[in-house]
Design a protein around this ligand. Structure first.
Ligand code: MOS
Length: 739
């Protein structure tokens, strides 16, 4: 039996549920000081004066930092560019008197304890001069970003003539589909604890999806050398993308620690979690044209999304429309518009669920026009290759996902007419949509260390943001050396470990997993060499293909009783450890010749109370094709989490801007609605068999994000089927269903 493929519970689960796992805001240090952020209240303008006297007079307050007394920061403009920054000038906390968005940090009060800092912060008097602001996407000027964001593919060029083909199509749908801004709201708020180690040395506990990103940011901005800055983040209490970039609490905590030569923690409040990145509100204009037989003739998709005044945030919104269907006439466009808000941030499958709401709603509308089952319409226009790039896929079992999902859901029993599946006072609706996300791999290094006691440690600087990374790395390593799970430890979340990118984009299983696999394979070879060389070794004449690593032994495949104990190999060789490091690289030739995507087919059942307009999701089946599944249990959890996010997008989540004030108003979890237990139905996850020998050495495709993509669209489509009412603005709240 192998560990890979087994539904292991999380190896870090016990630490988490017992509270033994320490998060960035929980780490103690002698003489630790606490910083509290004073947040600005206007969207645009400048600070004319800050009176800190009353705050400074509070016993226990150590210092109040503002732009006026901020210590000099050696890094230039570029220093603030972190690994995933979009083009532009990143926000610089306390940089000058300019106010760029509502909620911007304008002062940091540092005190002996948190309560004192918080109280004193309320006494800081900030005078401002407001200037006219613009936070309304409908009024802001949209433009095509001149500089492309690294790693974000711009829309492909047009194919055929979409305008002409659309005009000539007998069956046409053209509408606008909107999705509200959302905030990530991880359970753990952002926090940084900076431990002053003396001599300018810092150990930084940060809430971050990539410790190297924080380390590079700190060294660049503050002009420190990497040996003097160690960033640690072993546990992350949810992130969903908001932990990809270093946030302002990190800057403030490091600045204060360096200035005061003391340990400092800055932790944000839930309200302050609404004062930086968010998923940008997005408007999709989608037009699809078809022949009466259902053959797609034209797809036009243009999306407009907000960004800040200082960075050109970009994500992939429209490209998916050119990937899901075979169509000869396609025009895709993506624009952004500057708003006086903070820069949006990647949020679970950034861009994809937004664009997919557009295309998958339009295809659904087309199916009613054509009187063709929405699933059949999709299968009849299935794209077998990547028509955006003119390449084959490394694998694409979307058709199988559609079929298996439909079977499990019972789709064949669907009555096609809207409002035809009533149950008492409830209207029942069945809807579906497909989802797609890139299956990426990034260069990644890992180290494997076997010690004389027969224990194996694998280590790299990646993160586990709740996704199960610790567990799958342990499984991959255990299989490689044939060790039980208990004898293997994964160590991550520390900048002193081998190089890793941020944990994001669903690429960690493929990237960190492949690096751990390669390091372990190398270690295996070294170990085998030593085993062969032992006096009287039963393996002396064997090659590595002839042996099996099992239960702490290396044994001959043909004669399992002939073998040597791993711990004995090290002893005989006089070694107390064997250590190997390897870097996994994406295969350049594969990348050039193939496209790699993950797919899903989502089926949703909703019930809508006709009198009250309350919509409930009562059933979801998500069939996912994501290559090899390393751990069916953590994989299923990832999909469930993604589906819940999609449910939130469909029915609940909305960060509401008051354009008069230019600020997000619902800045707490009472007013920012997320699905809670009672909102979440039975979610069935199917993993379709998908063999991929090209995507990466492991054949995995990643699961962190695909669960959200398609879910909101499937629910919106189910609501139309239930009610006959097409709501083209998400979330679909009661007022929109009743109004
Ligand atoms: Mo993900 S939005 O790349 O953490």
């Amino acid at each position: 039996m192998t560990q890979v493929g087994s539904p292991h519970s999380r190896v870090d689960g016990r630490l988490k549920v017992t509270g033994a796992a320490r998060y960035a805001g929980e780490v103690g240090a002698p003489g630790l000081l606490h910083g509290y952020v004073v947040s600005g209240t206007i969207a645009k303008g400048r600070i004319t004066a800050i009176d800190t006297a009353a705050a400074e007079a509070v016993p226990g307050v150590v210092k109040v930092f503002t732009h006026a007394n901020r210590p000099r920061v050696p890094g230039g403009d570029e220093a603030y560019q972190d690994a995933v920054a979009p083009p532009g000038q990143p926000f610089r906390p306390l940089f000058n008197d300019r106010i760029l968005y509502s909620g911007q940090p304008v002062a940091l009060v540092v005190a002996e304890d948190f309560a004192t800092a918080r109280h004193a912060a309320s006494l800081v008097d900030v005078r401002v001069e407001a200037e006219p602001h613009q936070t309304d996407l409908d009024r802001a000027a949209a433009y095509v970003p001149s500089e492309k964001r690294q790693g974000i593919a711009p829309p492909p060029g047009p194919r055929g003539n979409a305008d002409r083909a659309f005009a000539a199509s007998p069956m046409r749908v053209a509408n606008e589909y909107r999705i509200a801004s959302e905030h990530h709201n991880p359970m753990e708020p952002h926090a940084s604890t900076v431990v002053w180690e003396g001599d300018g040395k810092l150990t930084v506990y940060d809430k971050i999806q990539g410790v190297k990103n924080s380390q590079d940011y700190i060294t660049a901005v503050f002009g420190l050398s990497p040996e003097n800055v160690r960033v640690i983040s072993p546990f992350v209490g949810g992130a969903f993308g908001i932990g990809l970039r270093p946030q302002y609490q990190l800057f403030l905590a490091v600045m204060a620690a360096l200035d005061l030569k003391r340990s400092v923690r800055v932790e944000l409040t839930r309200e302050q979690m609404f004062t930086f990145g968010y998923r940008p509100g997005t408007i999709n204009a989608v037009a699809v044209g078809a022949n009466p037989d259902g053959k797609l003739q034209a797809i036009r998709h243009e999306a407009v999304a907000g960004t800040s005044s200082f960075e050109d945030y970009q994500e992939v919104v429209v490209n998916w429309s050119g990937l899901l269907y075979h169509c000869d006439n396609i025009a895709l466009n993506y624009k952004i518009a500057k708003l006086d808000t903070y820069t949006p941030a990647d949020m679970r499958a950034p861009g994809a669920p937004l664009g997919v709401v557009g295309i998958e709603s339009a295809i659904d509308e087309l199916s009613y026009l054509l009187k063709i089952d929405p699933l059949e319409l999709r299968l009849n226009n299935y794209a077998d290759s990547d028509e955006n790039e003119g390449k084959p896929f490394t694998s694409r079992e979307l058709r199988a996902a559609c079929r298996q999902g439909a079977d499990r859901f019972g789709w064949s029993k669907r009555q096609p007419e809207p409002r035809s599946m009533r149950d008492g006072r409830e209207l029942v609706g069945w809807g579906m949509a497909t989802g797609i996300w890139e299956a990426m791999m990034m260069p990644h290094t890992a180290r494997a260390t076997l010690t004389a006691d027969g224990k194996l440690e694998v280590a790299c600087a990646t993160a586990d943001i709740g996704t199960g990374t610790y567990t799958i790395l342990t499984q991959i390593a255990a299989d490689s050396l044939g060790l039980p799970m208990e004898d293997v430890t994964a160590r991550i979340g520390d900048s002193s470990l081998p190089e890793a990118p941020v944990e994001g984009g669903s690429w960690t299983a493929a990237s960190a997993g492949s690096a751990v696999f390669l390091a372990c394979e190398k270690l295996r070879e070294t170990l085998f060499r030593h085993a062969r060389g032992m006096d009287g070794s039963p393996l002396a004449n064997a090659s590595i293909e002839h042996v099996r690593f099992r239960d702490g032994w290396i044994e001959l495949r043909t004669a399992p009783s002939e073998g040597v104990r791993i711990a004995e190999v090290l002893r005989a060789a006089g070694l107390n450890r064997i250590e190997e490091q390897e870097t996994a690289q994406p295969n350049a030739e594969t990348k050039e010749k193939f496209s790699q995507y993950t797919h899903a087919a989502v089926f949703a059942e909703v019930r809508v109370d006709e009198q009250l307009g309350v919509a409930r999701v009562t059933r979801i089946v998500d069939a996912v094709a994501a290559g090899k599944i390393i751990n069916p249990k953590t994989a299923r959890s990832q999909i469930i989490g993604g589906v819940v996010f999609g449910l939130g997008m469909a029915l609940h989540e909305e960060s509401m801007l008051d354009h008069r004030l230019g600020r997000f108003m619902n800045r707490n979890l009472a007013e920012y609605h997320v699905p809670s237990n009672a909102d979440i139905p039975e979610i069935e996850v199917i993993f379709v068999d998908e063999h991929d020998d090209k995507a990466n050495p492991l054949g995995v495709k990643g699961l962190g994000e695909i669960g959200i993509v398609g879910t909101a669209a499937a629910i919106a489509n189910a609501i139309f089927h239930a009610t006959g009412r097409r709501v083209r603005s998400l979330p679909i709240t009661i007022d929109k269903l009743m109004g």
